[in-house]
Design a protein around this ligand. Structure first.
Ligand code: URA
Length: 210
């Protein structure tokens, strides 16, 4: 697998992910676990944020203290399941700007069609983190990244909970410049497009729909 894919195999991430996979895990617990894992993954996906220094005074002396540089990052949720990852990142980076991309699959062409797009301005100067828990076929993820690039983004990272090898291959073909951070690369997609072993439909499980 390319080095543009990072699997966060930290014990806490893997333990929480196993709890999420279990079919009887209740909705509220599933949502809370997703929030917690997202925070741990966010630590990895933001590792290379640009830094600067600013003079501050501690109670003892002056120092040049490291601080984040540049424009605030943009967090973009790929609807609807991406919304389950927003709060976790926002708790860590409360000043992040937030955007949304909504896509549905045209039943005739099977291609993703945009129904909503609202993103922060100045994307070209921001680190953009696109979030979607499930990187399955990769079609909607690749289409979402296309839209972000058309809107000016040049520094995009993709954060997901689970990835299928097929989705990673699709993303790397369409957007080799976009690093992917995930908690697991599962075995494959099944004939219905679900990741296996996976965790089922992430949106249904976090919102209690069916
Ligand atoms: N979307 C999901 O929610 N689950 C999958 O397994 C694949 C796509």
């Amino acid at each position: 697998m390319s080095e543009a894919v990072t699997v966060v195999d930290h014990p806490l991430v893997q333990h929480k992910l196993s709890l999420m996979r279990e079919k009887d895990t209740p909705t509220a617990v599933f949502r809370q676990l997703l929030r917690e894992i997202t925070q741990l993954l966010a630590y990895e996906v933001t590792r290379e944020m640009p830094m600067t220094r600013k003079p501050i005074e501690t109670p003892l002396e002056e120092m040049d203290a490291p601080t984040l540089a540049g424009k605030k990052l943009a967090l973009v949720s790929i609807l609807r399941a991406g919304n389950g990852m927003l709060d976790g990142v926002l708790e860590l980076i409360p000043l992040a700007r937030v955007g949304f991309v909504g896509l549905y699959r045209d039943e005739k062409t099977l291609q993703p069609v945009q129904y909503y797009f609202k993103v922060p301005d100045g994307l070209e100067d921001r680190l953009v983190i696109a979030v979607d828990p499930m990187l399955a076929t990769g079609n909607s993820s690749a289409a979402a990244v296309d839209l972000l690039k058309k809107a000016g983004a040049t520094n995009i990272r993709f954060l997901c909970l689970l990835a299928a090898p097929e989705g990673i291959a699709r993303m790397q073909e369409a957007h080799p410049d976009v690093p992917i951070v995930t908690a697991s690369i599962d075995r494959k997609l099944n004939s219905q497009g679900y990741i296996v072993p996976g965790l089922g439909d992430a949106g249904d499980r976090m919102f209690g729909t069916k």
